[in-house]
Ligand binder design. Structure first.
Ligand code: G1P
Length: 289
């Protein structure tokens, strides 16, 4: 059982969003909407619902609008209240963050996910922490990070969100090889970043949620490059495996890779179908396609 409360989370948001050009010329991909809320708000809400108190956003040039989004916008709230638009004023208030909850560091060069996490080392100090990748939207009754923290609180070590993928798709993910499975929990024996299908017998993929010990920073600080010539988080975790336990947890929610246009669209449809005011029109459209 772990005695540490996980209070901090790192959210990497420095990517250039090339798969969504041209919109990402001026809008960070993390601010692309799922109906009326940006992807990053889902990520931050998942973290807050899991009890995370402080968040560090790893951003880059042209991404300041993400920070602006989480301002409480007091003038706007006042204006909406004067116009008696109380529901909207509350929506604006709820989507803001309070003082000190959000800080940001810059990743000065696009050297990979591992490097982005390493940029948050001063924020993390020596505490265990969560990592959430905003591209991976997970919708469900219970937040994915809440589920991972339940596993972490029971077993300690490090915990990764996982899902089974097609064997032909393993080269798109970090892959967990495992020895034992207990329900939804897999005990990892090896972690490989984007292997070819021939390089691994496993097709259990890491989906962007992690609970990690701060010791990962020591390995990331070595700045060794791996897949794609980048500093990979999976490679640092593989080094940790020699001394620490890793468990994969097959979460209950539905995962959408919003870095992929078609899945981003499906996420919008899923969110629309969950909203009673939109569901009939969407269903009617689908039925007549
Ligand atoms: C990153 C990680 C990979 C993980 C994936 C989940 O890859 O490096 O291990 O499986 O996120 O989305 P990326 O999608 O940034 O290439």
């Amino acid at each position: 059982m772990s005695s540490y409360k996980v209070r901090k989370a790192v959210i990497p948001a420095a990517g250039l969003g090339t798969r969504f050009l041209p919109i990402t010329k001026t809008i960070p991909k993390e601010l692309l909407p799922i109906i009326d809320r940006p992807l990053i708000e889902f990520t931050i809400n998942e973290a807050r619902d899991a009890g995370i108190e402080e968040i560090c956003l790893v951003s880059g040039r042209g991404k300041d609008a993400i920070i602006d989004y989480f301002d409480p916008c007091e003038n706007l709230q006042r204006h909406l209240k004067e116009k008696k638009k109380y529901d909207l004023a509350q929506t604006v208030r709820e989507s803001g963050l309070s003082e000190g909850q959000l800080c940001a560091v810059r990743q000065l060069q696009p050297l990979g996910l591992g490097h982005a996490i390493w940029c948050a080392r001063s924020f993390i100090e020596s505490e265990p922490f969560a990592v959430l990748l905003p591209d991976d939207l997970i919708l469900g009754e219970k937040g994915c990070l809440t589920e991972l923290l339940e596993v972490y609180n029971e077993y300690g070590g490090n915990v990764l969100a996982v899902k089974g993928v097609q064997k032909s798709q393993v080269n798109k993910y970090g892959i967990v090889e495992y020895s034992e499975r207990e329900g939804s929990i897999y005990k990892a024996t090896n972690l490989i970043e984007k292997p070819s299908p021939q390089e691994t017998h496993s097709s259990l993929a890491i989906i962007g949620r992690y609970v990690l010990n701060a010791s990962v920073m020591k390995h990331l600080g070595l700045k060794k490059t791996g897949s794609g010539g980048e500093i990979q988080l999976t490679d640092a975790m593989k080094l940790m495996l020699k001394e620490e336990e890793f468990r994969g947890f097959s979460f209950s929610g539905r995962h959408f890779d919003c870095g992929c246009k078609s899945e981003y669209l499906l996420a919008q449809i899923e969110a629309g179908l969950k909203d009673p005011s939109m569901k009939p029109a969407i269903q009617d459209y689908i039925n007549h396609c």
